[in-house]
Design a protein around this ligand. Structure first.
Ligand SMILES: Cc1cc2nc3c(=O)[nH]c(=O)nc-3n(C[C@H](O)[C@H](O)[C@H](O)COP(=O)(O)O)c2cc1C
Length: 228
């Protein structure tokens, strides 16, 4: 699979089969992803990979919390600015429409939307999950480094025939994740990531993207030395 195909075939998959993901595959992917760039090569990511019993335990604990109506853990970072302006507000609402119409859920059907969102905490059925932490004192550039690392992981998973879904949703159950992982003090959970083989029977609508000229500006000129 070439890089273009890996990039364009990656999408947030929200339905996985229970086919296990071999440990060797995950090691291969994570060893290669470690080559992601980072400012001054800090490599500020801390990844935990869960499969089998520990993942089942986490899903059970999260399910129990949800069933008990437990409030979410207090935020360690804001997922989005409190008020999104144009064009982000429209993009977010277009995403919501795509997501829920694929599920056949009406916009105003709050309960059905909640049920769909709850699948996050079952990792959409995935048999493997990655949880990515960053040291609390790191700054914006290091958070960007972590993003590059996670995208590398997701692209390499594609090369292995696997799919993924990055999930900030886990950050609101970060205490439950910590009960299972016991991460050292001083780390912030950025996100989880479901990993597995796609369940092709689950309907989805491919998310769109803004046209190139909305997000990219070319500032062109003659090659240096050729200007008249
Ligand atoms: C950092 C990050 C966090 C995300 N968190 C969630 C999440 O909690 N649950 C979910 O279903 N999708 C989540 N997504 C997936 C996005 O909704 C998805 O990437 C976006 O809508 C674009 O669609 P695509 O990835 O299928 O191309 C997240 C994506 C990123 C990059």
């Amino acid at each position: 699979m070439d890089v273009y195909e890996a990039v364009t075939s990656r999408r947030a998959v929200r339905g996985f089969t229970d086919r296990p993901v071999p440990r060797e595959t995950l090691e291969r992917v994570l060893s290669a992803a470690a080559w992601a760039p980072s400012g001054s090569n800090l490599q500020p990511w801390h990844a935990y990979v869960l499969t089998g019993e520990p993942l089942a335990d986490l899903k059970k604990r999260a399910g129990e919390r949800l069933a008990a109506g437990d409030p979410w853990d207090e935020r360690e970072y804001e997922m989005y600015p409190p008020e999104l302006k144009t064009p982000y507000r429209e993009r977010r609402s277009a995403f919501g429409q795509e997501r829920y119409s694929a599920l056949g859920v009406a916009r105003e059907d709050w309960e059905a939307r909640q049920r769909a969102a709850a699948e996050n905490w079952q990792c959409f059925g995935a048999p493997a999950a990655l949880f990515c932490y960053i040291d609390r004192y790191m700054g914006l550039p290091q958070w960007a480094d972590v993003g590059m690392y996670l995208q590398s992981v997701m692209l390499l998973l594609r090369a292995e025939g696997l799919h993924s879904c990055p999930q900030m949703a886990w950050s609101v159950y970060r205490r439950t994740v910590a009960e299972v992982l016991s991460p050292p003090d001083g780390l912030v959970l950025f996100c989880g990531m479901s990993i597995g083989f796609e369940d092709v029977t689950v309907d989805y609508i491919r998310t769109g993207r803004a046209p190139l000229d909305e997000t990219v500006t070319f500032v062109e000129g003659q090659p240096a030395g050729e200007a008249s």
